[in-house]
Design a protein. Structure first.
Length: 346
């Protein structure tokens, strides 16, 4: 009898949204794509839950509301790890994730999607770090004070280009994120922003939920130059499973785990297995036939195994590479030393 390729994997999903403000309970097997019962059934060991803040007006009331929403959502994420051990545990380090896995507990990593939550106050980064935030997505759809987005918001008055990539404030934000051990997520960012972030960050950057532009020409996806920049600096692309990013104008029902695996294959062939992972964007639009919720994660693993990925490779894709990046961020926190792969001679 063949063994299950998903057995013993420390599987990490690097991007999951939470329903807001009145989402179903994460403790019950309900309508959410990701809840604790489904994670247990799918043997997903750790999840980055994102406090998603949609882009809005860049004025004092808008920034105040964005910050308030992010803080409230982070509190909601923390509530998934109650003291009575009925849920997960908040993981602040890579070691925490591995310790939770050894005990059979779900590791929860808070994150923020859209640096708009900072407004124009860099000191909010320290408060977010104290809340356990492990990465911040620099932009969402629409430019903010940090950087240009891949998709401008004309309804908010965005020009196609505003900062030409990162703003001066954005460079300060990245420097402080490095000092605090918060990873830089370039999903949703303009290509100019992404390439400048790669150059500015002391720690490798990652795209927590993006696909390959060579396979699907969408502005949210990464082209070969961007992929090569990730490889050169030790960064990651975490392949997402949103239908429109996998295949142009596709519907979730028309796609399968094979379409996800195609993007993983492309990234592995282009930049190597050390730089590829998985971030579903469940409860934020992610899902294909056969992988519509966390309980079905083994279906993707089975497809990858069918294509020849051995258990060591699956461990890397499903979490090993992300753990490595977390550890680099931890080492780089508060340090003036560059921790990027290119600077370490690897």
């Amino acid at each position: 009898m063949m063994s299950d390729p998903h057995d013993d994997l420390l599987a990490i999903d690097t991007h999951v949204d939470i329903p807001w403000p009145d989402g179903p309970s994460p403790f019950e097997d309900g309508p959410r794509c990701v809840d604790l019962p489904k994670l247990k059934a799918g043997r997903v060991a750790a999840v980055c839950f994102a406090a998603y803040v949609p882009q809005g007006p860049r004025d004092a009331p808008g920034h105040l509301a964005a910050h308030g929403r992010a803080r409230a959502m982070l509190e909601n994420i923390h509530e998934m790890a109650p003291d009575d051990a009925s849920g997960g545990v908040i993981a602040r380090t890579a070691d925490d994730i591995e310790a939770a896995f050894a005990k059979g507990r779900l590791a929860i990593l808070p994150a923020i999607e859209n640096g708009y939550a900072l407004g124009d106050d860099i000191t909010t980064l320290d408060a977010f770090a104290q809340s356990g935030v492990r990465y911040i997505t620099l932009t969402h759809n629409g430019h903010n004070n940090i950087a240009d987005a891949a998709i401008p918001r004309r309804d908010l008055g965005d020009a196609p280009v505003e900062h030409g990539g990162l703003s001066a404030f954005g460079r300060e934000v990245i420097a402080r994120m490095n000092q605090l051990g918060i990873l830089v997520d370039i999903s949703h960012s303009a290509k100019s922003t992404m390439l400048q972030a790669v150059a500015a960050s002391r720690v490798p950057v990652l795209a927590t939920h993006s696909c390959m532009r060579a396979l699907c020409d969408h502005p949210r996806n990464l082209d070969d130059e961007q992929l090569d920049a990730l490889k050169a600096t030790g960064g990651l692309v975490q392949v997402t499973i949103v239908s429109n990013f996998l295949r142009p104008k596709a519907r979730a029902a028309d796609l399968t785990v094979a379409d996800i695996a195609d993007h993983i294959d492309y990234a592995v062939e282009r930049i190597g297995i050390d730089h590829v992972g998985i971030g579903t964007d469940f409860d934020g639009g992610g899902g294909v036939a056969g992988y519509m919720n966390a309980a079905q994660a083994p279906n993707l693993t089975a497809e990858l195994a069918r294509r020849g990925y051995d258990h060591a490779a699956l461990r890397q894709i499903w979490g090993g590479n992300f753990l490595r990046l977390l550890r680099q961020a931890e080492v780089g926190a508060g340090s003036g030393n560059r921790t990027r792969a290119s600077s370490l001679g690897s």
